[in-house]
Write a protein that binds this ligand. Structure first.
Ligand SMILES: *Cc1c(COP(=O)(O)O)cnc(C)c1O
Length: 458
């Protein structure tokens, strides 16, 4: 165990893998708004969700217990890559010539190369415990599909993945990884579901979206008793599972002798961000820690937290899911074709949206070229090539470190380096070739998508 204050990385051995996930619902100053039934607009109960999820996960979704025990078989699988390292970015600090101290928690050491197995493994475990034989899901860039395919292989569960068509065509290696783990991967929209066929009838060359792929996966899961659905972000139980990241990071920061002032994560659906920050925020809410500055970073091309509306909306394009209150760009949102960096979901985790409304976190958006520039600068100093999503967090971290330099302050910054970019090198090739465009999400399209929000009485 590294305890030196001059160390480059802080490691915890397997015995330090957390024994319980941290549930912030126990410490929230105001409860989350209820999830509503899509037909009646009345709050849903556990039974309404039973066709899609095993009851153990539904109970976690609504739990207000502060600690949720991690089952031993899950901790056993976590041992394959956890605890993950916490690094001090000394070379980046030097190249920025900043008085700030920069730390990062590195989740790219998992078999899938990101934080996503932290929830894929427990989700596969609870489904198997419930006697489920098959899980359906969606994937965008392919990180989530890879993670669930890996977890399915370990627990002997079939995995059927709907992969957003444009990624399916652009990322054959991600698809190969999923198939290597034994999963079935289909381009979405597909002919295999009602939802997919309806979209293809309107536009035969539709590039797909996460919202459409979710509809396809949910539709299949609802049809068969032996099949459930799994989501890789957004939901409370997913954010709960990701808290292993922040719980370990707290212990590692203690080893370093520093306390973070600023916490940073990129946000697609909100899970890696929440995984890092919720344990720290919980400490703050209980009055046991300082007030942290917490920054969620998203792409200007898909700016749900910074430009979306905080309203009830569907989680999918086919309107099969319950309604949740979240920052949303509208469920018909199709991400612009020029955007390379992932983080393409139309909504945000209700929990992260709630924290934003309570002013407990900040949000900002960056254009993609600035993010790739930060990722390249990071790689040249620290060696690791970040996933394009993580580049958003790197950008904000560098900007905060430069602010410290301007103000002559030595603050400590901690960010989540949620994955490596080894399967995303085409995006880096495009960046180096000057082929990435910086555009805002179109105002007119945004207004149109928001006009389609379901009307839910206050
Ligand atoms: C999936 C993914 C994201 C976005 O999802 P969150 O739930 O916001 O974390 C970000 N980074 C990586 C590496 C991913 O795989």
């Amino acid at each position: 165990m590294a305890t030196s204050e001059s160390a480059t990385k802080y490691l915890l051995d397997e015995s330090r893998i957390p024994r319980a996930w941290y549930n912030i619902a126990a410490d929230l100053p105001a409860p989350l708004p209820p999830v509503l039934h899509p037909g009646t607009h009345q709050p849903v109960g556990p039974d309404d969700l039973a066709p899609l999820f095993p009851m153990s996960l539904i109970m976690q979704e609504v739990s207000t217990e502060r600690e949720v025990e991690i089952p031993e078989p899950v901790r056993e699988v976590y041992r394959l890559w956890r605890c993950t390292p916490l690094y001090r970015a000394r070379r980046l600090e030097k190249s920025l010539d900043t008085p700030a101290k920069i730390y990062y928690k590195y989740e790219g050491v998992s078999p899938a190369g990101s934080h996503k197995p932290n929830t894929a493994v427990p989700q596969a475990f609870y489904n198997r415990e419930a006697g489920i034989r098959r899980i359906t899901t969606e994937t965008g860039a392919g990180q989530w599909g890879t993670s669930l395919a890996f977890a399915g292989a370990l627990f002997g569960i079939e995995v059927q993945i709907f992969m957003v068509r444009v990624s399916y065509n652009q990322k054959p290696y991600r698809r190969a990884l999923m198939e290597n783990y034994g999963a079935r991967c289909t381009a979405s929209p597909s002919e295999e579901t009602q939802s997919g066929r309806a979209i293809l009838a309107q536009r035969a060359d539709h590039p797909g979206s996460l919202g459409i792929a979710i509809s396809e996966a949910v539709e299949l899961a609802a049809q068969r008793d032996d099949t459930k659905y799994a989501l890789g972000s957004v939901l409370n139980h997913v954010l709960l599972h990701q808290t292993v990241v922040g719980l370990e990071a707290m212990e590692q920061m203690a080893l370093s002798g520093d306390q973070p002032h600023v916490l940073i994560g990129c946000t697609g659906g909100g899970s890696n961000f929440a995984g890092l920050v919720l344990p720290f925020l919980g400490q703050q809410l209980r009055g046991e820690g300082p007030r942290y500055r917490i920054i969620a970073v998203e792409p200007a091309a898909c700016p749900s937290l910074t430009r979306g509306k905080y309203a009830y909306d569907f989680g999918d394009t086919g309107h099969l899911t319950p309604l949740t209150k979240m920052h949303t760009l509208g469920s018909t949102f199709t991400p612009p074709g020029f955007h390379a960096g992932g983080l393409r979901y139309h909504g945000m985790a209700p929990l992260v949206s709630h924290l934003k409304e309570l002013d407990l976190i900040e949000a900002r958006a960056y254009h993609q070229n600035a993010c790739f520039a930060a990722g390249v600068e990071f790689a040249r100093a620290e060696g690791i090539v970040p996933a394009p999503e993580a580049n958003h967090a790197v950008r904000a971290t560098i900007d905060e470190a430069l602010r410290c330099k301007e103000e002559g302050r030595s603050q400590t910054i901690l960010f989540n380096l949620c994955g490596h970019g080894h399967f995303d090198m085409q995006a880096y090739i495009d960046y180096h070739a000057g082929k990435l465009a910086d555009q805002n999400y179109d105002e007119g399209e945004l207004a149109m998508a928001l006009a389609g929000l379901p009307s839910v009485g206050a």
